[in-house]
Write a protein that binds this ligand. Structure first.
Ligand code: SF4
Length: 592
């Protein structure tokens, strides 16, 4: 039997990502094709470089895993590969080629095969066929009819075989981490304990296949042991609704707690399914160990009904509030702009509802009409205009114009920079309390300033962002600018132990003996207020903390701000595990 040189590859969205699908395919085929080469690239690498790297392997077969973020570049690469290696067999698979596979083959004559849907078995059977065909010179296409979920050419025709019956027990797929996870290095690991989702949201591809299938708990625990032992910094569970089965989820949480390591764990959950038992459990987990991504998408009842997202808001929101109040789990809340039934005005309400929960992160996303999704089929009914090429982003519909969606994009860029970093929380809280009727009004105002100066077109150093916010407030002509800048200074020193404070940071003169800050350690017994510093020498303490004076009491909240000078100690050796802010302690000016 001839030895085919097979290369399995994909282009990840970022260098830091890793491909779970390649690992599954490689694991499933390992016994039959132990020499298969697996190479991961990312979409930020030049196409010429990737072409050269693939060419260097001199493959007979190249298989690409295709998603909305890489399909354009993948097709360019595939065409180039066929030009430089005309005998090459090219296989595509993945969600981006699953729903219109015959059309993709028709439009791209340099492609040979498409593996549709869950790919492990089909891909392996196809490789076996290709090996046979190469060794016995079997005419291409004989026996291909026996491979379910395969799309291929037969002379001038495109043939689409019937879909494969999917295995109910997912353990038939060998572990993607059977050979360990050390090769991941600093990259984040994707992992799944189930496939499928019990919900049917019409914008989502997970709604297409019915039912949820699970891996066995033994298998999951063995894989997690491997990932934790490898020191993987972040393990992202891609289960579509991780808590669809509460006992399954709790067993995994327990396992993680009983097997501590350096990893953090990210889950996509549906908040409505959180029971009291689960909420109670989550109020006691170590802070920062778990991150939850929760899709709110919209708080508009009519919109939720149009997209068939049957997750009751009335029960979901209080549960999110409880999770947030417990302060143990970092919450990412998702909103989607461009959904049917939601105009710009109503979207503001959804935004303000989500902002009121003050989650760790707000992801303002924009609807994409994915191939195979229910909403794409109703595009005409809802008056959608959208990009014909990936990522199929919506440009307008009966309810919202492109101009308004553009404004929301601008807001998304400032939200990500100024909210999701949590670097400006106190300043923003103060501005919201004193100067804006709703959070949306503030973000809209800041976005206008940001765009007018073309800041969205450049990368910025963190230090400059504080300056931009200071300038924004100055240009707004706020009468209480001095107080705002004190809050901004507080935010700045909550993260930065800067030896060289920025120009906008006003130095506040303290009365009399308090003037010399370095004398505080001995004269005012800093350790009395920060017991965690006990046993450190004054030199060690000053390497670890910063003592800063403020013209007003920035620690007392934003609604009543007293004008009495305040002394604050920032302890950078005791940062909070969720946002990495320094611990803040107010030291009375008349301390002993
Ligand atoms: S959006 Fe989430 S909950 Fe809805 S079908 Fe998709 S994966 Fe399931």
């Amino acid at each position: 039997v001839a030895d085919l040189q097979i290369l399995l590859t994909t282009l990840n969205a970022k260098f830091i990502h890793s491909s779970l699908s390649l690992r599954y395919l490689q694991s499933y085929c390992r016994r039959d094709f132990p020499k298969m080469i697996v190479e991961e690239f990312d979409i930020n690498q030049p196409t010429g470089l990737i072409l050269g790297e693939i060419f260097r392997c001199q493959p007979n077969v190249v298989a690409f895993s295709c998603y909305i973020w890489n399909i354009n570049q993948t097709l360019v690469l595939a065409r180039l590969l066929k030009q430089v290696l005309p005998a090459l067999t090219i296989i595509l698979g993945g969600p981006e080629v699953t729903y219109d596979a015959p059309e993709v083959l028709q439009e791209h004559p340099y492609l040979d095969f498409i593996v549709v849907g869950e790919g492990e078995q089909t891909f392996c059977e196809l490789l076996k066929y290709l090996r046979e065909a190469a060794s016995c010179q079997t005419p291409l296409n004989s026996n291909l009819t026996n491979i379910p979920s395969l799309v291929y050419r037969q002379e001038t025709e495109i043939v689409q075989n019937p879909r494969r019956q999917l295995p109910t027990r997912l353990d038939v797929y060998p572990s993607p981490y059977a050979q360990g996870a050390a090769d991941l290095g600093p990259k984040l690991a994707y992992y799944e304990t189930s496939r499928g989702c019990p919900f049917r949201c019409q914008y989502c591809l997970s709604a297409a296949a019915p039912g949820v299938r699970y891996f066995s708990m033994e298998r999951v625990q063995s894989d997690l042991r491997t990932l934790i032992a490898a020191g993987t910094p972040l393990i992202k569970f891609v289960d579509r609704t991780f808590n669809s089965n509460q006992e399954h989820a709790l067993t995994i949480f327990d396992f993680i707690l009983n097997n501590p390591g350096r990893s953090r764990f990210h889950f996509e959950i549906v908040a409505d399914l959180l029971t009291d038992k689960m909420l109670d459990y989550l109020a006691r987990v170590p802070p920062g160990l778990f991150q939850f991504e929760i899709g709110i998408q919209s708080t508009h009842r009519e919109t939720l009904s149009l997209i068939q997202r049957r997750i009751p808001q009335e029960t979901m929101m209080p549960k999110i509030k409880m999770l947030q109040a417990a302060g143990r789990v970092l919450l990412h809340l998702d909103l989607i702009a461009g959904l049917p039934g939601e105009d710009y005005q109503r979207f503001q309400q959804s935004f303000n509802d989500v902002f009121a929960l003050r989650p760790g992160r707000i992801q303002l996303g924009f609807l994409k009409l994915l191939k195979g999704s229910g909403l794409r089929e109703k595009a005409e009914t809802f008056g959608y205009i959208y990009s014909a090429t990936p990522p199929y982003e919506v440009l307008g519909n009966h309810w919202i114009s492109y101009a308004k969606l553009r404004q929301l994009k601008d807001i998304e860029s400032v939200l990500d920079t100024f909210y999701n970093t949590h670097r400006f929380d106190q300043t923003i809280n103060y501005l919201l309390a004193r100067h804006y009727p709703t959070p949306f009004d503030f973000w809209h105002d800041l976005a206008r300033y940001w765009i007018a100066r073309r800041y969205h077109r450049a990368a910025h150093q963190m230090r400059n962002l504080y300056q931009y916010l200071a300038t924004f407030c100055a240009e707004k002509g706020f009468a209480d600018l001095e107080i705002i800048l004190e809050f901004l200074k507080f935010d700045y020193f909550s993260f930065e132990k800067s030896a060289d404070p920025p120009a906008w940071c006003r130095v506040v003169n303290l009365p009399g003996s308090m003037r010399k800050k370095s004398s505080l350690v001995t004269e005012h017994h800093l350790v009395h207020y920060l017991p965690q510093l006990a046993g450190l020498t004054p030199r060690e303490i000053y390497r670890r903390v910063r003592v800063e004076a403020f013209a007003c009491d920035v620690t007392a909240g934003v609604t009543t701000v007293s004008n009495t000078p305040t002394l604050v100690v920032f302890d950078y050796g005791a940062r909070d595990p969720l946002y990495r802010r320094a611990q803040v302690t107010r030291v009375p000016l008349d301390s002993p």
